[in-house]
Write a protein that binds this ligand. Structure first.
Ligand SMILES: [Zn+2]
Length: 338
């Protein structure tokens, strides 16, 4: 780990921050400038991810467009990438990464996914002929930067709270679904502080507003977390089964089998409440109740040996196996008749 200077362009103009990271991470061109700029074996700072998002949209205008959906609490612009060939009304899958700051493997997967969409993968090309993806590479930008610069294990966003010296809301407790009821704290200093109200946070509002506008096309919602190796589906706020529980269970089972087929890693599957723990205000329950009947939460590697500090050597195999699960779900959605 070396100390390097990293320029933070938004919000704090002309401030250079000391950033502890790998000595190779910034200021060189080793990751390329074309369609595959990312090394498979590194985590990337938000500045690098942000520059890359802009670059791939500019270089691939026929396949990728960059959409501004709002700004974070610290006023950084939130961009998602729409991936797919423009042609009439198509089904879409919305995928976000990095809602929890410290889960670095999650943004790595969104980057991997985008990298894989550049035509070298035949199945992916077929999928993108018939479907769009909306990909939000880093949901919680302010928190992600904080996890790089100040506190590696930071989880929440960075909003300040009146009458409290504590900072941050758990964005995955801030959605308007059973808000503030289960495994969600009303105390600002807690890790699962759910905010002053549902959608109190600009990041949550930006995502929810975008999804509400696109409900007619979005058929599936995928949200990437770590760790514990699971594919989860609604509900989290109740032990009740959803209307299409058996179908969701079959899809999740197929997805975990696809994962295991590659490196033998076992992922569990089931409802959030029964498989990990009950929780409220979570994004996948909210999207499900908006009518997106194929909503899944992924918990990526590992099972706790390294936890949030997953070594960079595991980025590539994790992304490869998760890609198979995402493709499995995408193919399922494509084959739906309605
Ligand atoms: Zn998480």
């Amino acid at each position: 780990m070396g100390l390097i200077l990293e320029y933070i362009p938004e919000q704090e103009p002309a401030i250079f921050m000391l950033v502890q990271t790998r000595p190779v991470a910034v200021g060189n061109n080793q990751h390329g400038t074309n369609n595959s700029p990312f090394s498979e074996n590194s985590y990337y700072s938000f500045i690098q991810i942000s520059a890359w998002i802009a670059r791939i949209a500019k270089k691939n205008p026929k396949l990728v467009s960059r959409i501004h959906i709002g700004n974070t609490f610290e006023n950084r612009p939130m961009y998602l990438l729409k991936v797919g060939k423009p042609s009439g009304l198509k089904k879409a899958i919305f995928m976000d990464c990095g809602i929890h700051a410290r889960e670095w493997i999650s943004p790595s997967f969104c980057q991997w996914f985008l990298k894989e969409t550049y035509g070298k993968d035949k199945n992916m090309t077929d999928i993108l002929d018939n479907m769009n993806f909306y990909v939000l590479p880093v949901f919680n930008i302010d928190g992600y930067i904080w996890s790089w610069t100040q506190n590696r294990l930071w989880r929440k966003n960075r909003s300040t709270i009146s009458n409290s010296s504590c900072v941050g809301v758990d964005l995955n407790r801030n959605f308007n679904v059973a808000w503030g009821t289960i495994d969600a704290s009303k105390k600002p200093c807690d890790e699962t502080y759910c905010g002053s109200s549902a959608e109190s946070e600009p990041e949550t509002r930006a995502v929810a507003t975008f999804i509400r506008k696109q409900l007619s096309s979005i058929k599936a919602y995928l949200t990437m977390h770590s760790y514990s190796q699971m594919i989860l589906f609604p509900y989290g706020y109740s032990y009740e089964k959803t209307m299409n529980h058996e179908e969701l269970n079959e899809i999740a089972k197929g997805a975990v089998e696809a994962i295991e087929s590659l490196y033998g890693k076992k992922y569990r599957h089931g409802t959030s409440a029964a498989t990990i723990y009950p929780s409220s205000g979570c994004s996948d329950d909210w999207t499900y109740n908006q009518g997106i009947k194929y909503s899944f939460t992924f918990e990526l590697r590992d099972k706790g040996k390294h936890g949030f500090l997953l070594p960079e050597s595991e980025i590539k195999p994790t992304c490869e196996e998760i890609m198979l699960a995402v493709k499995f779900i995408a193919n399922y959605i494509l084959n739906l008749t309605d």
